[in-house]
Design a protein around this ligand. Structure first.
Ligand code: SF4
Length: 281
């Protein structure tokens, strides 16, 4: 019987620091005798804007499951570097390098070069230059409840290059976010980010422009992150209009931060409850 998690040739498992791709890794281990088969590599790409909890999760998985995870970072000029979970960039350095290589123009929902350069092509460079593979399969942690992404890879399993065949074993096995969430709730360790039915708004880059405005506002309320506004400010030196925004058609990251700060200022943290009066039932 066909097992979507079984490996039989050069294969790259793309680990995105999230619960789904980690669950995929667990299923791959189970389907292949408890370990990674030869010619299998687990690759993760750090943009420098991942949540620190995500990096800790990756390090913990590698340690607890005895699986080597190769951590890659983009470098200027279309280069890459292998780093460790201890030396990983934490201040957006790989992201700034790729913006620099694009002449200071920011990525946006239409031109998502950040993802293709820092993740997809960085993995391809490592696979070709270090592993020497000329053809391989890549497993992505896309679940059955992500119909648009599933349809896209089913329609074209070679989105970047004919040398790569993209497999989506979680979708093939009808794995949903609920199943992933339940798995992690039963584990002795977990990603230290909210588990809302197997999903979290905190994953991927901290304020990714693909997150809804409501999510970005809510994350900014939890913790101020000036990096995104700084990049938009810098982009104003080389572009105007949409070119200096991560996402046109909604407030800039600076405006979002000001909005959140002003909301906070409406409330006096020192204020105490007014003395009780005689009102009552
Ligand atoms: S998570 Fe968002 S900001 Fe980060 S690389 Fe992907 S698309 Fe770009």
């Amino acid at each position: 019987m066909y097992d979507p998690f079984k490996i039989d040739g050069p294969t790259c498992l793309s680990f995105s620091f999230g619960r789904s791709s980690a669950f995929m890794l667990k299923r791959v281990l189970a389907a292949n005798g408890g370990r990674l088969p030869p010619e299998t590599v687990v690759l993760a790409c750090n943009t420098g804007k991942e949540n620190k909890a995500s990096l800790r999760f990756g390090a913990r998985i590698s340690q607890e499951w005895s699986v080597p995870i190769t951590l890659l970072e983009y470098r200027e000029g279309g280069q890459f570097e292998v780093v460790t979970f201890d030396t990983a960039s934490l201040n957006g350095e790989p992201f700034e390098a790729v913006i620099h290589d694009r002449g200071g123009i920011l990525p946006n929902p239409v031109s998502r070069y950040c993802s293709s350069e820092m993740k997809t092509r960085t993995m391809h460079r490592y696979i070709r230059q270090v592993l020497g593979w000329t053809e391989w399969e890549t497993m992505l942690g896309i679940r059955a409840d992500e119909p648009k992404r599933v349809a896209s890879f089913r329609f074209n399993p070679h989105p970047e290059t004919k040398d790569e065949y993209v497999r989506i074993p979680l979708a093939d096995a009808f794995v949903s976010a609920q199943e992933v969430g339940a798995f992690w709730q039963a584990q002795p360790f977990d990603l230290e980010l909210p588990n809302i039915g197997g999903k979290t708004a905190h994953g991927n880059c901290t304020r990714c422009f693909l997150k809804t405005l409501g999510t970005v506002v809510s994350l900014e309320k939890e913790e101020h992150d000036p990096w995104w506004a700084e990049q938009e400010l810098r982009a104003e030196q080389v572009a105007t209009g949409a070119g200096c925004r991560f996402r046109a058609g909604r407030p800039s990251y600076k405006q979002i931060a000001i909005f959140v700060r002003d909301q906070r200022d409406m409330f006096d943290p020192e204020e105490t409850e007014a003395p009780g009066c005689l009102c009552g039932d």
